[in-house]
Design a protein. Structure first.
Length: 582
């Protein structure tokens, strides 16, 4: 969630300049335990991707001929259609709302700054369950229409089908537009007042200034937001499965579990990885010859804004209000109503047990991910060099890998380890070691850490970069070793960034469905799998309490992100006001 937010510049003059001995260390290859440990952690994080690519080279028993004649074209067509539709939806909605709340003044603007992020707290599959209950034939909307107009059955009127590709695009767009809104708003807040004023002097109005100045300067951030939204679209399984829209994620599970062909499922997974690589490559090549610059911090002042009146203000309220209403308020009301109605049936010892499972798994994954991110980033700060930079980047690869693909990649090395160890114990001691990794809770935990490690790495890297190197030098002068310096100095200084990373990873783990479905042990459930199974059996009422719990947990990081973005511009302004005139 927070990966694409640009780091705020440090306003301590010269505090980040590296002494000569630091520069020399960073240019060399340092083989100590910091470097080796970071490389091992990075290698573990990339192992699932390597194993998927390896398994995709194995024979699949001729299943591709069958897939090419039947399912594969449908998987690819639906995946491309879903990504294209969601991409257009999130771009239009995210850009329009980000521009309005940043550059325009109208009633409720301050409130919308925060509320527009709230749909990010709702997983797409939860949104699908809520809107199906609201809009299906027996739902409140169609029942009210039949009662009002006197219609007797579905043949008397036309109503759009919610369980369709169009329905999946609409609901996923409502959930994912905050990625573009979040990063576009952050980029608009970093605009230079001088450039905006120059555009006005040249006679450009709001629209021409937006297209000629603001949009080009925000393009890198917008591209990151769009890429994140599309990768989340590619990862989704709960929504497309519930709406019966077969995509490549659904194809992996169908071929692997339904047809019992692991090699075939891995080959589809490798094809999905190709989609991700193409997505990132297209964004990179589209801007490889362009350069984006920001003016120095001393040139930042309060952004000029446009005061909206009358119909313009009303239109702005509608544009900002509809995504909040449709993307958060309505589904939250539906879930709250169903939860209250089915509370006695839902609040059972079994529900409390699986809620505890989700809580413990997510907390453990978040703590471990933040610890690994801190270690890898601090190693890079301490030793530097191309090797550790590479290790930091490769450890962040998991977020670009869909959960279903990650699950396939994890099971392969885990199964190899278990089988090798079991063979050894049988030969040496005559006993079986059983399954120690695959088919255990540890497999889910590992998947969570690998998938969301990049969130923690990005946040902690941003926080550590704001700590001046003079802190390290002072600690060394006082006799502290590298590890002691990290514990006594760096961790207290970046605890805010660590807390943010911890909360965001925790919430992402609570929502993760595809990897949990595939890797969970027999009989083990989390809130995500619980609501998925009930919804699959058309028991939306029983799934409501778990869905509402996940939504409630997701609101906290949304509020933190909103506060972070809202205060970023004011930080620039305070520094500008405090700088002496030169």
């Amino acid at each position: 969630m927070v990966l694409g937010i640009r780091r705020m510049n440090s306003f301590q003059n010269g505090s980040h300049r590296q002494p000569a001995h630091f520069a020399r260390k960073r240019s060399s290859w340092n083989w100590d335990w910091w470097t080796l440990s970071s490389l091992i952690l990075a290698g573990l994080a990339v192992t699932p991707v390597v194993s998927v690519l390896y398994l995709s080279l194995q024979p699949s028993g001729g299943i591709w001929g069958h897939l090419l004649e039947t399912s594969l074209p449908i998987y690819i067509t639906n995946t491309l259609g879903l990504m294209g539709g969601v991409g257009i939806w999130v771009l239009v909605t995210g850009l329009a709302t980000a521009w309005l709340v940043t550059m325009c003044r109208f009633p409720g603007r301050k409130l919308f700054e925060c509320l527009l992020l709230f749909p990010l707290a709702i997983p797409a599959y939860v949104m699908a369950y809520a809107y199906t209950d609201l809009l299906e034939y027996s739902g409140y909307v169609q029942a009210s229409l039949r009662g009002f107009f006197g219609w007797e059955n579905a043949s008397d009127y036309w109503f759009p089908e919610i369980r369709s590709l169009g329905g999946a695009i609409s609901l996923m767009g409502l959930v994912l537009y905050p990625y573009v809104y979040l990063l576009a708003r952050s980029a608009f807040l970093e605009q230079s007042v001088n450039i905006l004023e120059a555009s006005r002097v040249l006679g450009r109005g709001p629209w021409r200034t937006f297209f000629a100045v603001s949009l080009p300067s925000a393009r890198p951030a917008i591209s990151v937001g769009l890429a994140l939204a599309l990768m989340e679209t590619l990862n989704d399984y709960g929504t497309v499965d519930f709406f019966a829209v077969p995509t490549m994620t659904a194809g992996i599970i169908d071929v692997w579990l339904g047809m019992g062909n692991l090699a075939g499922g891995s080959q589809i997974a490798a094809l999905m990885l190709l989609f991700v690589v193409l997505l990132i490559s297209l964004e990179y090549f589209s801007r490889r010859r362009r350069r984006y610059y920001q003016q120095t911090a001393s040139r930042f002042r309060s952004l000029p804004s446009y005061q909206l009146h009358g119909s313009s203000a009303l239109l702005a309220i509608v544009v900002c209000g509809l995504p909040v209403l449709a993307g958060f308020i309505l589904p939250a009301i539906v879930l709250a109503r169903l939860s209250a109605h089915f509370f006695s049936r839902s609040w059972t010892p079994h529900f409390q047990e699986l809620a505890l499972n989700s809580l413990l798994l997510s907390i453990t994954a978040a703590v471990v991910a933040v610890a690994i991110a801190l270690f890898v980033n601090y190693s890079r700060r301490l030793r530097g060099g191309p090797l550790l930079t590479f290790a930091t980047r490769i450890s962040s690869l998991g977020y670009a890998v869909p959960g279903a693909v990650l699950a396939v990649g994890i099971l392969i090395p885990f199964a190899v380890f278990d089988n090798t160890l079991d063979t050894f114990f049988r030969r040496q001691f005559g006993i079986s070691s059983g399954l120690l990794l695959s088919g255990t809770v540890f497999a889910i935990l590992f998947a969570y850490i690998v998938r969301f490690l990049t969130v923690a790495v990005g946040q902690i890297e941003s926080s550590l970069d704001k700590v001046p190197l003079s802190v390290d030098m002072a600690a060394r002068t006082l006799g502290y070793r590298a590890g002691e310096t990290m514990i006594h100095y760096h961790i207290p200084l970046i605890r805010g960034g660590m807390l943010t990373a911890l909360i965001v990873v925790f919430v992402d783990c609570m929502k993760e469905l595809p990897a949990t479905l595939i890797l969970r042990p027999f009989g083990f459930e989390t809130l995500a799998t619980h609501i998925y199974h009930y919804a699959s059996d058309e028991m939306l009422g029983e799934a409501a309490l778990g869905s509402l719990t996940i939504v409630a947990v997701g609101v906290l990081p949304v509020l933190l992100l909103s506060r972070f973005i809202s205060t970023s511009r004011s930080a620039y302004e305070r520094v500008y006001e405090s700088e002496p005139v030169r």
